[in-house]
Design a protein around this ligand. Structure first.
Ligand code: GDP
Length: 595
């Protein structure tokens, strides 16, 4: 370690500012303070002597700044006040600490998600950032009135939410569902609620735009009731906070309620272990290389740690927070921008810390090999396999996403399908709505391991592409009875898969070479598709099939080949067959499961 860096500390300083000055998180300062028997919140002012102890513990050599040159010390917010009973982080008996909740904002387009995130950031970011520079890193931390931190994912919307979940990352502790008071509950509001419910994440509703001239709070609450969210004033337990993101009103109450909901979950993490977390977003920058925003979920990420993240790895060369402050350490629930990964990892990918680059590289290589061998990667969930997945414990419920052409079909279908639940398998329609299958539906299905049922409707092209990529089954039906029958069979594990033949190649026999008495090689020409060793074949002569077998040997110019493409000649031997004649046709095919 280099000799301690000297630092000038004013006679009195707010904890948050001290953290910024030392380049650590407020949590780190609070932890250091606690070690020294001082319980303080982020907004609290500590004197030089106390600050000096923390600075020294963190490797600095503190000096008292003269009063004249002392920078203005931000006053703690009047309504926040020092509150000893509610320190930012409480050390628990087991050594874990309460960590800030991670919040995602969802809701219908134009209901004010972005404005709300901006308002929170504007009014509640950690005080004392370097010159107030803020940068978009995909997540930031805001300060609640009681001095506790709340981590916000800065990419609103349920697609992003479920995309992360589809990769197996559960990052959100509390979801804020934004509903505009003038517009009420809309299609994407319902989607958002279903995405959040499927994830089992508690919700706080921000009833936004209460300032709008045609805001109708009562009507909006009535609509919430209709989707099963009963506001507290109606005797339910759904917290609904009126806000005006535009005017910055209701933000503190919203944060307080988020923390209230978070406290019920008793969110803990252990800062004294290697960091584990998730990629929030990542990109490649021409000047800085791979720039990744990571959310530390537990443990502490230190500058210089070796990170292994999916198939990529690297040393955390530099770390900054959303305010542009350099960080040396990032504790639980801290989003941090990290430089130093070798490749851009996908959002939602998990990361871990490894002792050194060699170990990380070896593991990354191992993962890549496993992926190439097909032993890793997303498992397809289909109506046929759901039963098995449920029994293997990979899936809890029999989840369905239902899309239909008309509203009238939905309620009876949902009821009928859910009635098919048996003791050990519960059928759950996690989302049902009118219209074609959208990407959002597929994301939800991927996240919840569900099958999509399209009744008299079709899938949008983007949705189909995503479904292929994520191995999500979209089943089209025109008759209710057939849906019921298939789901019933699937629930009982009785569904027989149906296979269909897919033709791969047409090959022409142009010459025949005898090999001994028993064998023959066809000198052949691949007319269409490609010939693959091991492929199933059917040999046709004059329209009739004369033999079925597999390609036992495939040669290209006397060399063994795995595959020979169209337009090329090759030598083929077929199992148990030596009776080739010029002009024979070899058709190769495979069987594909279509149901
Ligand atoms: P998003 O699509 O949900 O991210 O919505 P935006 O944040 O982009 O907001 C959509 C529009 O609503 C913008 O023109 C905002 O200025 C406006 N808006 C957002 N919040 C409020 C609010 O509290 N009151 C009013 N009157 N307008 C708002």
């Amino acid at each position: 370690m280099t000799s301690a860096q000297s630092i000038q500390i004013p006679p009195a300083i707010v904890v948050g500012d001290l953290a910024a000055m030392l380049g650590v998180t407020p949590v780190d300062v609070i932890k250091e303070l606690m070690k020294n028997g001082v319980m303080a919140t982020i907004n609290q002012v500590v004197d030089f002597d106390t600050a000096a102890v923390v600075a020294a513990d963190l490797g600095f050599s503190p000096e008292e700044q003269s009063t004249a040159s002392a920078v203005a010390v931000a006053e703690p917010e009047a309504d926040a006040g020092p509150d000893m009973s509610r320190a930012s982080m409480r050390i628990t008996e087991e050594g874990g600490v309460t960590r800030p909740p991670v919040v995602t904002v969802l809701g219908h387009v134009d209901h004010g998600k972005t404005t709300l995130l901006d308002a929170i950031r504007r009014t509640n970011v950690t005080a004392g950032e370097a010159g107030g520079i803020t940068q978009h890193i995909g997540a930031y931390q805001a300060l609640a009135p009681d001095g506790r931190l709340v981590t916000f994912i800065d990419t609103p919307g349920h697609e992003a939410f479920s995309q992360m979940r589809a990769r197996g990352a559960r990052i959100t502790d509390v979801a804020i569902v934004v509903v505009a008071a003038d517009d009420g509950v809309m299609q994407q509001t319902r989607e958002a609620i279903d995405h959040v419910r499927a994830a089992g994440v508690p919700m706080v509703v921000a009833l936004n735009k209460v300032d709008a001239p045609n805001a109708n709070i009562e009507r909006a609450k009535q609509q919430l009731l209709e989707v099963g969210l009963v506001p507290e004033e109606y005797g339910g337990d759904q917290i609904v906070v009126p806000t005006s993101a535009l005017k910055g009103e209701g933000i503190d109450t919203l944060l307080e309620n988020v923390l209230l909901v978070a406290d019920l979950q008793d969110l803990k993490a252990n800062p004294d272990q290697d960091a584990v977390g998730v990629v929030i977003e990542a990109k490649s920058d021409r000047h800085r290389g791979v720039v990744a925003t990571l959310l530390v979920q537990t443990g502490t990420l230190h500058q210089g740690d070796t990170i292994l993240c999916g198939l990529t790895f690297g040393r955390a060369k530099a770390m900054t927070d959303a305010n542009g402050n350099r960080l040396k350490d990032a504790g639980p629930s801290t989003p941090v921008e990290v430089l130093g990964l070798s490749e851009v990892p996908p959002a939602g990918e998990r990361f871990v810390v490894r002792p050194d680059e060699k170990t990380a590289r070896a593991e990354a290589d191992e993962r890549r090999r496993a992926l190439e061998a097909g032993t890793e990667g997303p498992t397809a969930v289909t109506l046929e396999t759901l039963f098995g997945e449920i029994h293997k414990g990979n899936v809890a419920d029999f989840n369905l996403v239902l899309k239909a052409d008309v509203q009238g079909s939905i309620s009876p279908l949902v009821r009928t399908l859910e009635d098919l639940s048996v003791e050990e398998v519960r059928v759950k329609v996690i989302h049902a709505s009118v219209g074609s299958v959208t990407e959002s539906d597929v994301q939800l299905a991927a996240a919840a391991k569900a099958v999509v049922i399209a009744f008299n409707t079709d899938a949008e092209q983007g949705a189909r592409r995503l479904a292929d990529q994520e191995h999500i089954e979209i089943r089209n039906y025109r008759i209710i009875y057939e849906i019921v029958e298939d789901v019933e069979k699937a629930v009982k594990g009785l569904l027989e898969p149906i296979y269909e033949e897919r033709q791969d190649a047409t090959i022409e026999v142009r010459q025949v070479f005898r090999v001994g008495r028993r064998n023959a090689i066809a000198g052949a020409y691949v007319r269409e598709g490609s010939a693959v060793r091991g492929a199933r074949v059917r040999i046709r002569r004059g329209g009739a099939v004369i033999h079925e077998g597999v390609i036992e040997s495939l040669k290209r110019i006397n060399e063994d080949a795995r595959e020979v493409a169209a337009g090329l000649e090759c030598g083929i031997q077929v199992s148990n067959f030596s009776d080739f004649t010029e002009g024979d046709e070899i058709i190769t095919y495979h069987m594909e499961q279509t149901r």
